[in-house]
Write a protein that binds this ligand. Structure first.
Ligand SMILES: NC(=O)c1ccc[n+]([C@@H]2O[C@H](COP(=O)([O-])OP(=O)(O)OC[C@H]3O[C@@H](n4cnc5c(N)ncnc54)[C@H](OP(=O)(O)O)[C@@H]3O)[C@@H](O)[C@H]2O)c1
Length: 242
């Protein structure tokens, strides 16, 4: 008899789950028996497809720029589902702008979703998890939070912030809630431009990564004991080593 998956019956919210890495994470977790709650903002049609493919109709819309919308989403999860065992903070933004040209608006555009929203989702998620014995949080950071990319200084700062948030909140929420992060390397979903091609050539694994490889690392942290917390795992084919 096949042993029950450690995620069997666990309720896990994945933010930005309509497309790309978020969709891969949602499908992977559903495949391991989790009840996946699909968050989206603009991509309703794709989110519905992700939910259907996960065997779920648990869809939650929120613009994560707004703390009020984040609070309303977690309140709605509590009312409709009643509990939360796992949270994957995947939703993010990415822009390429030389630091001389970054405006206040450009800075806030990135940090509102990549860092502020991750903090408030962790806060709201942990409060809900705490009502039923605890849970697991996984934040998706980035290789760009570990290595400096000149034309992405604003993005790199937001993702370095996610790695530090992960550590600080791991201490704050212990022992019942763990907080870990996964730092993807190059995970393309379409044609790669010259800059991305160069990064792929520099990757010791000699290839780009796939969404399912990020999902497997997320599943590991969601299933691990509370002795694994505050960690950031690069899933990057070794690119961070260069
Ligand atoms: N792809 C890579 O190579 C790579 C590399 C390093 C790190 N990462 C990280 O991995 C994660 C996923 O990457 P990805 O490339 O798959 O992401 P993505 O497609 O750029 O974005 C994922 C989702 O984030 C959601 N989102 C953006 N702004 C939002 C807002 N204001 N409110 C709510 N949701 C919002 C969007 O949802 P809607 O479409 O529903 O609006 C979007 O589909 C991100 O954290 C990213 O930084 C990716």
């Amino acid at each position: 008899m096949k042993p029950a998956s450690e995620l069997s019956g666990k309720v896990v919210l994945v933010t930005g789950a309509a497309k790309r890495i978020g969709r891969c994470v949602a499908l992977h977790l559903a495949g391991k028996g989790a009840r996946v709650l699909v968050h989206y903002n603009e991509s309703e049609e794709e989110a519905r497809k992700t939910a259907t493919d996960c065997g779920s109709d648990d869809l939650f819309r929120a613009n994560l720029e707004s703390v009020a919308e984040i609070e309303a989403m977690f309140a709605s999860i509590e009312t409709k589902i009643g509990r939360l065992d796992g949270l994957v903070n995947n939703a993010a933004r990415f822009t390429r702008i030389h630091p001389f040209d970054v405006t206040e608006q450009d800075w806030d555009f990135i940090h509102a979703v990549n860092l502020k929203a991750v903090f408030f989702c962790c806060q709201q998620g942990a409060k809900l998890m705490g009502k039923h014995g605890g849970g697991r949080i996984v934040n998706i950071s980035s290789l760009g939070g570990m290595r400096p990319w000149a034309e992405h200084a604003h993005y790199c700062a937001s993702k370095a912030g996610v790695i530090m948030l992960t550590q600080a909140l791991a201490k704050a929420f212990a022992p019942d809630i763990t907080v870990n992060s996964v730092a993807p390397g190059v995970i393309p979903f379409g044609p790669a431009d010259e800059r991305v091609q160069t990064m792929i050539r520099q990757t010791p694994a000699k290839r780009p990564g796939e969404g399912d490889e990020i999902a497997a690392a997320v599943a590991f942290f969601l299933s691990a004991s509370n002795f694994v917390t505050g960690q950031n795992m690069a899933v990057d084919g070794g690119l961070a080593l260069r």
